[in-house]
Design a binder for this molecule. Sequence first.
Ligand code: ZN
Length: 195
Amino acid sequence: MSDGHIIIVKKTGGAIDEDTIIIREALKPELYAQILELAETEVISMPITFLWPTHSKVLTQSFGNNPAYYGQWGLPGHEGLDMRAAMGSSIVAAWGGKVIGNYKGTAYGWTIKTEVEIRGDTYEMIYAHMESQSKLSVGQVIQKGDFIGLADSTGNSTGSHLHFTLKKRGAKAAGKTDYKNDIIDPTNYFEELRD
Ligand SMILES: [Zn+2]
């Protein structure tokens, strides 16, 4: 299963709704195999699609870039996506979730961190380099598209942009990422960046 996708099984010709969706990861392998044998079912791979959090849909640095530079922090490369964002422009939530951090970090500057479960996996999303402390409260639940803060260049940054990091709990232990702290590549979660 490729990252950023969920595998679902539905009745042939049937609508995809909460009643028909069966998550592959939630099933025992033998049960999944039995379901595939049923003539009236089909298997679909559906991408998990995040909302682009800045006005400009321009990527200014990809995931994994500049390994020599990021090596000084023990990273194989750039640990997220840099998105063009004019100073003072709005940053919105790529996905909903609970706010678990609202702080100023040395590297990330003013940062919002959210946590959410998507189809059985727990993800963390980090929005960095913002202008000032977000008005969001830790513990608050936000929706996809909700306002998070204003773009800037606080922390270790050379110009106004949004740095977005994605973590998937257990990814490191499962050997699905070379990055520390369960950081994964968010590229395929954005429709705009898919091949
Ligand atoms: Zn970055």
